[in-house]
Design a protein around this ligand. Structure first.
Ligand code: HPA
Length: 277
């Protein structure tokens, strides 16, 4: 069972960030493996290493910088997690969503979550960006287990539109304007850290998944619990296990994420700039 919610340390973390930089973000971003460089494009930015934020778990996976970056994207005030933590590192579900909750408590009402994922859907190729329209939480965990802090959200939050329709439509329009198609699909969130077996990928396909990864699902559950609107973008970095003849590696995941960086940054920028104020 999870420990009691870290309301005190969340408040301490909020106070620490506010004392470093007085700023009320409108949009929160979680930047996944190889996708962190977007935070470097924010203007008037101020970054705070996770080590300086009380209660913030440390990002140790290669490709995750471990900084909270506050800055502007066009006329929007943005806070971004450059690097996240995962259940497979041994963090509790609460620790995994600590940064998401922190960014929303700082004032953001929209969360954009990004990740690197394996493609299962027939239409997906490495390098594609997929807009998440729904997810399967197959991690075996839920960040809302244990005492419910009513100040964050209700005991039994509705998840029937965990990924916001209007944000999906906005992102689709932005991609089309930028000259590429973004398919929509269902993201399966696994525990990891081993990649899936081919039999597991066949199971996930039967369950209706189009992409698979080891993050995101708890973060969006925590955000929806708090009433935020969520958009999820998966960068398809590889074909899922059994769908190609090559072996999976984190190096390949990072490399493909980097290769998609230009389109990924352009999409994120367009979506953020066009968000209603
Ligand atoms: N499986 C799980 N997680 C991943 C994958 C994958 O194929 N690619 C990137 N993250």
């Amino acid at each position: 069972m999870n420990s009691l919610p870290s309301a005190t340390s969340l408040q301490e973390a909020v106070a620490r960030v506010r004392s470093a930089h007085a700023f009320t973000p409108e949009v929160a971003l979680v930047l996944g493996s190889g996708l962190g460089p977007f935070a470097d494009t924010l203007t008037d930015s101020h970054s705070i290493p996770y080590t300086q934020i009380p209660g913030m778990p440390q990002a140790l996976v290669v490709g995750h910088a471990g900084r909270l970056v506050l800055g502007r994207c066009g006329d929007k005030r943005v806070v971004a997690m450059q690097g996240r933590v995962h259940l497979y590192e041994g963090h509790t579900p609460e620790q995994v969503v600590f940064g998401t909750r922190l960014m929303l408590l700082l004032g953001a009402r929209t969360l954009i979550v990004t990740n690197a994922a394996g493609g299962i859907g027939a239409k997906l190729q490495p390098g594609d960006l997929m807009l998440i329209e729904d997810h399967l939480n197959l991690s075996g965990h839920n960040c809302l287990v244990g005492h419910n802090d009513e100040s964050l959200g209700p005991r039994f939050p509705d998840m029937s539109e965990i990924y916001d329709r209007s944000l999906l439509e906005l992102a689709t329009r932005c991609a089309q304007r930028l000259g590429f198609d973004c398919v929509r699909g269902v993201y399966a969130g696994m525990l990891g850290p081993s990649y899936e077996t081919p039999a597991e990928i066949r199971m996930l396909r039967t369950l209706g998944a189009h992409a698979v990864g080891m993050s995101t699902v708890l973060e969006t559950i925590a955000a929806r619990h708090m009433g935020a609107r969520c958009l999820g973008v998966s960068c398809i970095t590889n074909l899922a296990a059994g769908l190609s003849s090559t072996q999976l590696s984190h190096g390949e995941v990072q490399e493909t994420a980097r290769a998609s960086e230009t389109r990924f940054k352009a999409l994120l920028r367009a979506v953020i700039e066009e968000l209603p104020a």
